[in-house]
Design a protein around this ligand. Sequence first.
Ligand code: ADP
Length: 262
Amino acid sequence: DLEAKVPVTTKDELGFLARSMNDLARELKRYQDSRREFFSNVSHEFRTPLSYIQGYSHALKNGLHQNEDQRQQFIHVIHDEANRMNRLIDDLFELSRMEEERFPLELELVHLGYIAQKAVRKVRPSTGEKAITLVTEIEEDIPDIVGDSFRLEQIFMNLLQNAVRYTEHGSVRVKVLEENGKVKGMVSDTGSGIASKELPYIFERFYRVEKSRARDFGGTGLGLAIVKQLTELQYGTIDVESRHGKGTTFTLCFPEAREGDE
Ligand code: ADP
């Protein structure tokens, strides 16, 4: 066990050194664990679609389908799973770029209400046949923030897509308001909600509350990790409140632009 490598016996410099060494060892172990877990997650995430593709292409190759309908069905599965692998690669690549310091952002003065409305317009068609009302409440005279409008839209799109994905009926509500020198963007829904014991983990890469169900919805499990990174890159914070079976609210909070900001 790394944690007990150097016994701390004194309170002098030597004791201090021993304590620092132990802290360092613990830190290193945490890093190694998370690295290992990450790679194991990635391989798992790729193995699942790959096994579908292998299975169904094998069946087609050997003429194991019973009729044309079934042949089409097999082809669809292969196509969908290949698309999923593509999304995974795109998301992983984006996330790894975001974790570097040099991630390029085009910062300018932006109106968060305008961005929110744009995202809502894009998401509206995806409510499809669900009985969901999409509501926007944008306060008047919201001050600008400094951000990258494309990336801010991506944040709202991700939150809205999740809200629609995990809500069967009721409403998805987007609010933008000013509070104590901050501009807040809220996306709330009346959907499945998230149990409080799961809440601390949902921003982690690949964390899904109900693995197989979330997978059926087509997500990669990286959406919220990307949202959090993008928010923090723009000096914002993100919080979540949820009640299982009742609904979920995500709150973004950005500092108002100050005079001279551009
Ligand atoms: P996914 O691609 O699976 O949606 P995300 O990172 O976007 O991955 O979200 C992680 C998990 O958090 C989801 O799998 C889902 O279980 C849960 N989740 C996210 N948003 C909501 C929501 N609005 N309502 C209920 N559960 C949600």
